[in-house]
Design a protein around this ligand. Structure first.
Ligand code: PHB
Length: 391
């Protein structure tokens, strides 16, 4: 088999890139270890930046998003016994975010790729990428019991945080990994209950952070900060709701409760791999970088990476100009590091660190007061939360 661009990973980065390339007449094949059902059912994040929404609409995959997504013009910060709204829409001159679950984005992209005759192989095994230093890299894999070899001009490593493609970039000699661990995790739940709040609540409390999010008019997504080794089964529904109430009550936020039908513990990491390109291999999305979920940036960064990559590959196929491919790492990393800073800032402002003293708690409150009273500081938060425009 031959294609122009071989894409490892049918997540947001891989599928969106395949879609964008198709629109400009560049062929690709996407492979993924998981089945279509598992990709379409795995619960991940749910906040789309303005630029992600615009990109999906502009390229014809935004219909369901416009119908079923919820546009949020602000967020609430809860601290010191009060609830403070950040009006992102006003502060940014009309930008907002849309609540629409990542797996819904994937359902839309898969449907569109298949309707356009795209080649997407689910449930592959034994994936091996070879010769990325040459001009003819290959991907070997097994699909439906048959061994396949896919010859490509380029290979895209869009295989998520459990990536194998990243390790094709020689560590040390070429690749540097930048890494930060956090001494906490998030306990996440999905509950059958209408939204507690019209907009998300990010809550600082002496017992630790809480996030009140939503998925639909009848399903809520909530998280509380926990120890990384927390065992889900140690937490009954009653105990979970009590913990949420204890952390939120001081701010006056009211919780609607209901049957909890999913519980999970999300690990927290900040990670960047540099460079994002090696020979004919280009990394995109979580394969190259991970952010803690506090800034809701993961999916959006993946979309931004492939927006850059699509243009670079387009220029190459139009004119053989490799300039944009060569500057891919530099262009993508600028946004990646900005998002790293933002996610770290939101995380450190809102979470309780195990060694935090009363000094640290009061310093956090001062920072939250700054962000909710100074228009300049609020605008910094709003600009970064709604996302920098895709250039
Ligand atoms: C979510 O709804 O899953 C969500 C929302 C905002 C975040 C992180 C996760 O910052």
């Amino acid at each position: 088999m031959r294609t122009q661009v071989g894409i490892v990973g049918a997540g947001p980065a891989g599928l969106m890139l395949s879609h964008l390339l198709h629109l400009r007449g560049v062929e690709s094949v996407v492979i993924d270890l998981q089945t279509r059902e598992s990709i379409e059912q795995t619960i991940k994040a749910g906040i789309l930046e303005q630029g992600t929404v615009d990109l999906m609409r502009r390229t014809g995959v935004g219909d369901r998003l416009m119908r079923d997504g919820f546009v949020h013009h602000g967020i609430n910060l809860a601290f010191s016994g009060g609830l403070h709204r950040i009006n992102m829409y006003e502060l940014t001159g009309g930008r907002s975010v849309t609540v629409y679950a990542q797996h819904e984005v994937l359902i839309d992209l898969i449907a569109r790729r298949l309707a356009d005759g795209g080649d997407v192989r689910f449930g592959v095994s034994d994936t091996q990428v070879e010769d990325v230093e040459s001009e003819q890299p290959r991907i070997r894999f097994t699909h439906e019991g048959r061994q396949e070899t896919l010859e490509c001009d380029f290979v895209i490593g869009a295989d998520g945080s459990r990536t194998s493609t990243r390790f094709l970039i020689p560590e040390g000699a070429v690749r540097t990994d930048f890494f930060r661990q956090y001494p906490f995790a998030w306990f996440g739940i999905l509950a059958e209950a209408p939204p507690s709040s019209d907009e998300l609540i990010y809550a600082h409390s002496e017992r630790g952070f809480v996030l009140v999010s939503t998925r639909s008019p009848s399903v809520q997504r909530l998280y509380f900060q926990c120890d990384p080794d927390t065992v889900v089964d140690d937490w009954s529904d009653d105990r979970i709701w009590e913990e949420f109430q204890a952390r939120l009550a001081p701010s006056g936020a009211q919780l609607t409760t209901g049957r909890i039908f999913k519980k999970d513990v999300l690990q927290f990491r900040s990670f960047v791999c540099e460079p994002m390109q090696y020979g004919r291999l280009f990394l995109a999305g979580d394969a190259a970088h991970t952010v803690p979920p506090t800034g809701a940036k993961g999916l959006n960064l993946a979309m931004a990476d492939v927006h850059v990559l699509d243009r670079a590959l387009g220029a190459y196929y139009d004119t053989k100009d490799t300039g944009l491919l060569e500057s891919y790492t530099r262009t993508a990393l600028q946004r990646v590091w900005r998002a790293q800073w933002f996610s770290f800032w939101m995380t450190s402002m809102l979470h309780r660190f195990s060694d935090a003293s009363d000094f640290d708690l009061r310093r956090q409150i001062a920072e939250l007061e700054l962000v909710t009273t100074s228009p300049t500081a609020a605008k910094t938060l709003a600009d970064n939360y709604t996302g920098l425009p895709l250039t």
